[in-house]
Design a protein around this ligand. Structure first.
Ligand SMILES: [Fe+2]
Length: 257
């Protein structure tokens, strides 16, 4: 099974630039690249921050550009999103009974669970009791391999600002996952605007670049997350019973591969 991991589009409403870059143009380039080289992917998982400020125009643009991809899109939201504006623009995206942008869907390699860590007016991520109870049910009603997707990582990565705005409820998430840890095959995160991989309490994870700007690998600066202008990118994930392989496609300026 092959799928695409997209994250952190940061579209703006007016079509203006963000950090001197055009988020719509860069997303269009990524979508064209996916269409050209990975049209055989089974689905796309998008781990949040579709917009930079929850702008309705940003969601309209996201919907139009993402619709160019031929495969199904599974999406949750991040701290830069607005849950209400997202749901207005993407009314077909499943939500939990409490209105969180959470979904569990079955794939040939196991159940994929998307969690909504957005908390209004907060940069850090939250998983409240309602969201965790939904996760517990999604896990309890499946017995095979599980994949997780969420915006905020529950772990520190060594970047001061990003560590402070990680998922606040990591310990609670771990508590829900603990009876199932042996079958949680991989966790896909956004938020960091960097390609990285590792493991958290034995759960392998990977994160991908954003499609607009990146966050510098700066272990010194503490008060802000310095923007960097590394190329946009997205993940190409290959899953078999034996392995999960998370590639990064990056799109250098001026060439498509
Ligand atoms: Fe982001």
């Amino acid at each position: 099974m092959k799928f695409i991991h997209l994250s952190d589009l940061h579209l703006v409403g007016s079509g203006a630039t963000l950090h001197g870059l055009d988020p719509r143009d860069r997303l269009r380039r990524c979508v064209a690249h996916i269409r050209r080289f990975h049209a055989d992917a089974a689905f796309v998982v998008l781990t949040g921050d579709l917009t930079h400020g929850g702008e309705p125009g940003g969601y309209a643009a996201a919907r139009a550009i993402l619709a160019e991809m031929p495969m199904p899109l599974h999406v949750t939201i991040g701290n830069h999103d607005s849950r209400a504006a997202f749901r207005a623009a993407f009314p077909h995206v499943p939500v939990s009974e409490c209105g969180f942008v959470q979904d569990a869907f079955d794939t040939p390699e196991g159940r994929f669970i998307l969690l909504d860590t957005h908390e209004p007016q907060q940069a850090e991520g939250r998983l409240c009791a309602q969201r965790l109870a939904w996760l517990e049910r999604a896990l309890r009603t499946s017995s095979g391999p599980v994949f997780l997707g969420l915006h905020h990582p529950p772990f520190r990565v060594g970047l001061g600002r990003m560590d402070r705005i990680r998922l606040r409820d990591g310990e609670s998430l771990l508590g829900v996952l603990r009876p199932h840890l042996g079958r949680v095959r991989h966790m896909f995160v956004g938020h960091l605007h960097r390609a990285l991989a590792g493991s958290w309490h034995g759960v392998p994870f990977s994160g991908v670049r954003g499609t607009n700007h990146q966050i510098a690998l700066d272990f010194v600066t503490q008060d802000v997350a310095p923007v960097s202008f590394e190329a946009p990118g997205y993940g190409v994930v290959l899953v078999s019973p034996e392995a999960v392989v998370a590639h990064l496609e990056e799109l250098p300026d001026g060439e498509s591969r």
